[in-house]
Design a protein around this ligand. Structure first.
Ligand code: BG6
Length: 499
């Protein structure tokens, strides 16, 4: 049994004044604190380039919780655990100073030498920081040491390998916690439970009964202030390599023999190994890329991607990607997994639609009516829940059918908001549970799959823009399904509140 409370630990946070820390990490830590899930023996040492006093930093943390989280009168006590040090990531002396502060905090809070090094900063420094932590002996401790690392983990397989080799000089694989924040989402974690805790689904979860699976993660926001990073990466690397493939592996994996980190990971890895690789011609057939033009969102005119600041005027970067993935194993042979994600789309939504095969014959066929297929919809966000689409008899004398939906909404049952993904991931990391973090094998396999696509795309200029901001993406993504006799289920119709 895992502890229900976190052990003593120091969190050494790089990028302490950055956006991620402000929006996600401080509010999430405070949630753990006010729920009594954080040991009182904890301290956070925030580091970043700019100068700040401890007091200024504590006020900054306070403000971030008040703005982005739920605050209460415990907040003042909470921020007393926060300390700050200005730091230069490339300078050894700066790490020596850090070590002195870390050792002092260790004594002050009796932290038993437990250390979490959290890199919420520009990825170009991940390797340098890890190496310096080792050289300056910050990683030499009697307690546990863990490295939490944000994405992107490399830009392709080669750079990911290089980065991995660098961080492995200071941390072993089981001390590295690579964040994929989708794995912290309540309903992503629920995929496994829906599948393996319900006798009615698992026997049907294969190519004999499922015709296709659709995974959509659409965003309304554009590239915002991240064009410097995004224009070099695009949707394929930004979303498909990690979040989308992670959801696919959870949907497709075999039941693990036990719910341990190793067993679950090993099943996910097998799915990634079974992903059909594509050659150049197949990339054109199985993948669609898009880039948004201008359009109207919430009644307001928004600019095209190429007009966003810091984006190259002739940019060939995709802001949308749709794919037909094939998993070549016994369970899934012949079942397409259609996956799409993009920016500046009609709605912010992440949903999974599992479409079951049609009945072998329709007894209720009348006046051209057809039976709706059974669907299982998993609502990841913004609403959380599941909907099962069935057919029943229309009330009255006739034997016509009508579709109905059985609905479970997570929020309405609990009557409270489910915890932020980051809250859960921080909790897991503090307790040493790496199940919901990505193992190197998963990262490597995902990159090697995605690299084949980007190699083709980088050598061929796309006809961009090819979808209007505020739409559901390029028309070619509809053709991807139409050629197999399917269509994207309109995700707006699946809004759980309308069910
Ligand atoms: C991040 C991507 O990993 O996920 C962003 O870098 C994207 O581009 C974000 O906007 C989407 O996350 P969520 O939780 O809002 O779906």
């Amino acid at each position: 049994m895992k502890e229900t409370k976190n052990p003593a630990a120091l969190i050494l946070l790089f990028g302490a004044t950055g956006d991620l820390a402000k929006r996600k990490l401080y509010p999430s830590l405070f949630n753990l604190y006010r729920k009594g899930l954080l040991s009182n023996k904890f301290a956070v040492l925030g580091v970043a380039r700019r100068e700040k006093t401890n007091e200024e930093f504590q006020n900054w943390v306070k403000e971030s919780v008040q703005t982005f989280g739920e605050s209460n009168d415990q907040l003042s006590d909470f921020v007393k655990h926060f300390y700050y040090q200005s730091h230069d990531v490339t300078n050894s002396e700066s790490y020596r100073q850090l070590k002195t502060t870390v050792d002092n905090l260790d004594q002050l809070y009796t932290l038993e030498g437990n250390r979490i090094f959290y890199l919420a900063m520009s990825p170009e420094f991940f390797g340098t920081v890890a190496e310096h932590l080792k050289e300056e002996r910050l990683t030499q401790t009697n307690g546990f040491k863990r490295l939490v690392i944000e994405k992107p983990f490399g830009h392709d397989l080669a750079s990911a390998k290089e980065l991995n080799n660098q961080i492995r000089t200071a941390f072993s694989e089981n001390e590295i916690y690579r964040i994929d924040h989708y794995l912290g989402k309540e309903m992503v974690q629920n995929i496994e439970v829906i599948r393996f805790a319900n006798a009615i689904f698992e026997p049907l979860w294969n190519n004999r009964h499922i015709s296709n699976i659709q995974v959509t993660s659409s965003e309304v926001l554009g590239v915002e202030e991240r064009a410097r990073y995004y224009d070099k990466n695009g949707a394929l690397r930004d979303m498909m390599q990690n979040h989308m493939l992670q959801m696919v592996s959870l949907l497709a994996m075999e039941p693990p023999i036990k719910l341990t980190t190793e067993e679950i990971r090993s099943e996910k890895v097998k799915v990634l190994r079974a992903l059909r690789p594509f050659n150049k011609e197949e990339v054109h057939k199985y993948f669609v890329r898009g880039q948004y033009g201008n359009g109207v969102i919430d009644g307001k005119q928004v600019p095209a991607y190429r007009e966003e600041s810091m984006v190259q005027p002739e940019s060939n970067t995709e802001t949308y990607v749709a794919a037909k993935l094939m998993i070549d194993n016994f369970r899934w042979a012949g079942v397409p997994f259609y996956v799409r994600t993009g920016k500046r789309m009609q709605t912010k939504s992440t949903k999974i639609v599992v479409q079951f095969k049609d009945m072998p014959m329709n007894l209720y066929y009348k006046n051209g009516s057809s039976l709706n297929p059974n669907l299982l919809v998993i609502h990841i966000q913004p609403e959380e829940g599941i909907t099962l689409h069935l057919n029943v008899k229309k009330t009255g004398q006739s034997v016509e059918t009508t579709p109905v939906k059985l609905n479970f909404s997570n929020k309405s049952v609990d009557g409270m908001n489910t915890p932020e993904a980051y809250e859960k991931l921080l909790f897991d990391c503090l307790r040493g549970d790496a199940t919901n973090f990505t193992h190197w094998d998963e990262v490597a396999l995902s990159w090697s799959f995605v690299d084949k696509i980007s190699e083709v795309w980088s050598t061929e200029k796309a006809v961009f823009p090819n979808y209007e901001a505020g739409s559901m993406g390029p028309i070619e993504a509809d053709h991807l399904l139409a050629q197999d006799g399917f269509f994207w289920w309109p995700i707006a119709d699946f809004d759980i509140d309308n069910c």
